[in-house]
Write a protein that binds this ligand. Sequence first.
Ligand SMILES: [Zn+2]
Length: 103
Amino acid sequence: MEDWVELGTASTSTEAHLIRILLAREGITLRIDGAALSGALGELPIEMMQIRLWVHPLQLGKAQRLLESRTDNLPIWFCRHCAEENPGEFSVCWHCGHEMPEL
Ligand SMILES: [Zn+2]
């Protein structure tokens, strides 16, 4: 088995998914513990659990830098198609793939 190191925690499954996508774009595999539960329960607002994020030790440094650079400089936006929240650096909705609405 490979070893994994904890990168941090996410407070919602949405945040965990966003981080996973962000890291995946840089070739980093993120393992998420705890997200399956809230995903399985669908729309119930029980996302108060802590979701733990794990990466491979060799990718930890890069992943940490990516998260640190994930600033709030760019405003979040909401998808017109599915109403999901997206970070500003995304040009398409992480959830449904729709493009960011033009201003
Ligand atoms: Zn969407």
